[in-house]
Design a protein around this ligand. Structure first.
Ligand SMILES: Cc1cc2nc3c(=O)[nH]c(=O)nc-3n(C[C@H](O)[C@H](O)[C@H](O)COP(=O)(O)OP(=O)(O)OC[C@H]3O[C@@H](n4cnc5c(N)ncnc54)[C@H](O)[C@@H]3O)c2cc1C
Length: 395
């Protein structure tokens, strides 16, 4: 039986570990945290992410927990429309999912064939031509035919195999929260809960998780919001961060004020926005009878402006799962590298163009940005949405 070690039980590692186990691999999943615990936030999945999850055999579970995300348009903080809401064709419709629901679905997909070891921090990797691939935690060495590095942005395995890829700050911080329905602000039924507002270096997006007031197939429905602001993460406690957010977004269109008022400091998740620059020179490293591959943020951490990080992690997992049964292992590692690098590079390029528009500051530049948003951004989002809609797992 072929064996794999997957490092990291984030959504990338969980999805690939389950897929390999379902196709008969002996899988060990190593996670440095004591528990496999998702953030209490949500994630937008574009059609490529949904298609990848279906290819991984996880589509049925997803339908029960996903809410379609209609286009709420883009406004300026003064309420002026930069991009009017438009109907989205069904094949381009993104969905929004609570991360805890997604994790539950991915954990259910592990079945009982994955050996999950928590509290294990991988510190070394062996990827030499003549030896079986292996990872070590400083005490034990675990060998396998395939090592999947799904250990996130600060991947230790990537640092060793592709040291040219540096983790850099994107110059902004993000705050997210899900307000459960029982604490959600009571707004007129005709006022949309979802949409996007863009100011100079500031952005606020909200989306409904489940039907207004009802959680649908999940017990975790509510309103998800994400705010990004230029600058570093704040060192203050969550209460002060929330007070700052309320000040920064004061006077922005409803429901932003109401949502920030209804947010509890304990709901708040703050994160520095970081990315890999440059991207790794390779995603696959043949070694002995198999090799090592980079997957998810370990391979292509990017700012969340197009909501594609998790979607690409699922694409990576679905690609690997499709290649492995048909191709000899070292060749599959190389084929994965050939398929995934150009794809990730395209999405990262689109994301960086979006970063350039979003980070515009200064009055003149802002006017240019407003024009760019009215023309360039719909085109960029269309291109990104089209490439998301077109992606197919390898046959
Ligand atoms: C504000 C924000 C909003 C976002 N919104 C979206 C969105 O709407 N749509 C979307 O598609 N993407 C979105 N993303 C991106 C998405 O969250 C990530 O791309 C995705 O979570 C990456 O998953 P991963 O499994 O690759 O990495 P991670 O989730 O980082 O998981 C890595 C795991 O590896 C473990 N680990 C790390 N090092 C070691 C080690 N040495 N040994 C053992 N275990 C280790 C960690 O503990 C962790 O569990 C967003 C990101 C941010 C910051």
């Amino acid at each position: 039986m072929r064996s794999a070690v997957v490092v990291g039980a984030g959504i990338g590692g969980l999805s690939v570990a389950g897929a390999l186990a379902r196709s008969g691999w002996q899988v060990t999943l190593l996670e440095r945290a004591d528990r496999v615990r998702p953030e209490p936030t949500a994630v937008v999945l574009w059609p490529n992410g949904v298609r990848a999850l279906r290819a991984l055999g996880l589509g049925a579970g997803l339908e029960a927990i996903a809410t379609p995300l209609s286009d709420g348009g883009v406004r300026r903080p003064d309420g002026h429309w930069l991009v009017q809401p438009r109907p989205i064709p069904a094949d381009r419709m993104p969905v929004v999912v609570h991360r805890e629901d997604l994790h539950d679905a991915l954990i259910a997909g592990l079945g009982d064939r994955v050996e999950l070891r928590t509290g294990v921090t991988v510190r070394t990797v062996r990827a030499d031509p003549g030896e079986r691939p292996a990872v070590g935690d400083g005490r034990n060495l675990i060998e396998a035919d395939l090592v999947v590095a799904a250990d996130g942005t600060d991947s230790e395995i990537r640092r060793r195999l592709a040291p040219e890829a540096a983790v850099v700050s994107s110059g902004s911080a993000a705050w997210r929260a899900v307000i459960p329905w029982y604490r959600a602000p009571r707004l007129p039924a005709d006022r949309p809960l979802g949409g996007e507002v863009l100011g100079a270096g500031y952005r606020f997006i909200s989306a409904s998780l489940g039907e207004r007031g009802s959680s649908g197939g999940s017990s975790r429905g509510g309103i998800y919001w994400v705010a990004t602001a230029a600058g570093a993460p704040r060192p203050e406690p969550p209460e002060t961060q929330l007070a700052l957010l309320r000040r920064w977004y004061a006077g922005w269109p409803s429901p932003i004020g109401e949502l920030l008022e209804a947010t509890d400091p304990a709901d708040l998740v703050q994160q520095e926005v970081r990315e890999l620059r440059p991207l790794p020179r390779a995603y696959g490293f043949p070694a002995g009878p198999g090799g090592v591959v980079l997957l998810g943020d370990a391979a292509h951490a990017m700012p969340p402006h197009l909501g594609q990080g998790a979607c690409l992690a699922f694409e990576d997992a679905a690609t690997l799962a499709a290649l492995l049964p048909k191709t000899r292992l070292p060749d599959a590692v190389q084929a994965y590298d050939r398929m995934r690098r150009p794809r990730a590079a395209t999405v990262v390029r689109q994301t960086r163009r979006m970063s350039a528009v979003l980070q515009t500051r200064g009055r003149l530049a802002l006017r240019a940005r407003d024009v760019a948003l009215g023309t360039f951004t719909p085109r960029l989002i269309n291109t990104a949405a089209a490439s998301a809609a077109q992606w197919r797992p390898p046959a």
